[in-house]
Design a protein around this ligand. Sequence first.
Ligand code: FAD
Length: 494
Amino acid sequence: MSSKQDFTLIGAGIMSATLGVLIKQLVPNAKITIYERLDKVAAESSDAWNNAGTGHSAFCELNYTPEGENGNIDISKALRISESFEISKQFWAYLVKQGLVETNVPFINDIDHMSFVFGEANQRFLKNRYDALTAYPMFMDMKHSEDFSEIESWVQLMMEGRNTNEKIAATRMPIGTDVNFGAVTRKMIAYLESCDNVEVHLGHQVEDIDKRDDGTWEIELTDLGTDEEKTVRSKFVFIGAGGGALKLLEKSDIPEGEGYGGFPVSGQFLKCNNPDVILRHEAKVYGKAEEGSPPMSVPHLDTRMLNGNRSLLFGPYAGFSTKFLKNGSYLDLPLSLDAHNIYPMISAGINNISLTKYLIEQVMQSPEEKFEALVKYYPEAKFEDWELITAGQRVQIIKKDKEEGGKLQFGTEIVASKDKTLAALLGASPGASTAVSIMLNLLQKCFPEEIKSQEWQTKLTEMIPCYGKSLIEDGELCKKTREYSTAVLKLEDV
Ligand SMILES: Cc1cc2nc3c(=O)[nH]c(=O)nc-3n(C[C@H](O)[C@H](O)[C@H](O)COP(=O)(O)OP(=O)(O)OC[C@H]3O[C@@H](n4cnc5c(N)ncnc54)[C@H](O)[C@@H]3O)c2cc1C
């Protein structure tokens, strides 16, 4: 039915995988080709150990609910993200129910989400946040406590060795999740590979994208296995290249891509190697980010469930590297500078000196100093039980801004060409958890007529029963939707 049945997806991370499956469901005879520079699917940010695996639902992430000067809590972002995650769960439940993805080992597990804060001011903040959120059905099951014994019954490991007079507070949401985003990506790509008219080419790096006079795109590639150069044509291109997206957006020369730059922030986690300790903690516990630190540096002590095995991590520790991909080049940042983005980049740098200072401090920290941050959350932690691992690379968006010259953004943004034949996803957070909503948004932008059609609407509602409805206001629908996803995805306590 669509005139754009020739789709090229660049990158084999969760975004391309999600878009590929959506397209295949909506346009069954679509010809889809995926190019990935690495020899594995989901080996960059989407891989399990390269991210924290939090199913971001705004249950525990305090940076989604900023406090205004008068103490009011702005929960608009939290509501949006929480609803988006329910959409992801419904889509994954559809894949499971239809038998499109294999489920021998679950890729999503039920792990409580908690927030944990220190000091009187933060106690006040957490209580206000709890009051504001629990006014909405999506957060109704949240528990709040400032009582040492009650919090101890939730997270004993974090309370051992702690002064009982310490001012602390916590909230707990029983329906939080840990997601192996790498596993769900690989399952989606495996499904796509089983479909007619889908090709996945690993070890293929996209070098250039040019618009042809006939309106199609010419894509230049290198087969990294043979060094052979290839050229292919496509009616629609999605640049789902994660940290590599900015460079390819620049190569496409679309005017909509002008004025964008990228600022890379790398991450490290402490990973626990002591099986006894791992078994004694079962929650994702998020604290509050330090003053002046970027939102993605919120410390958290996290149970992970990866391929049936339980682990424990703490972090992230932010760092600075000029690479845009974990498997990228140190020249990525300097080579991304161009006449169109140099001013926004410099302006954003000048306006974010505190972030630069924070990153430098983080990079300079010794392993012992990094360990001190963990002790605040787990007072009896032993240095020898933990090893430092390197996570994925995030590229934050820098965008041209009339007033400030350039602005640093922490969200994601779809940049689409005016003729709707090319779209790129820039940015990182909240990321994989909201992949389905982000890709639905992309379909809305690039296929506005098709998405209105009865055929697409029917299919979208079949995949995502709450599509087009609000889970924020409709408590009954929210309850029903959650019960459905919980049952299909078998979200029971690990
Ligand atoms: C430290 C850290 C913690 C995070 N924690 C969470 C979390 O707890 N919850 C959450 O929801 N999200 C989290 N995220 C964000 C999440 O991981 C990302 O938003 C998501 O994985 C991005 O998916 P993607 O498909 O866009 O990119 P990626 O998974 O990075 O995939 C992009 C792919 O494109 C390929 N590519 C790049 N350039 C080219 C080219 N020229 N040609 C061909 N292929 C190319 C890359 O090799 C890569 O495989 C975290 C991220 C980081 C870094």
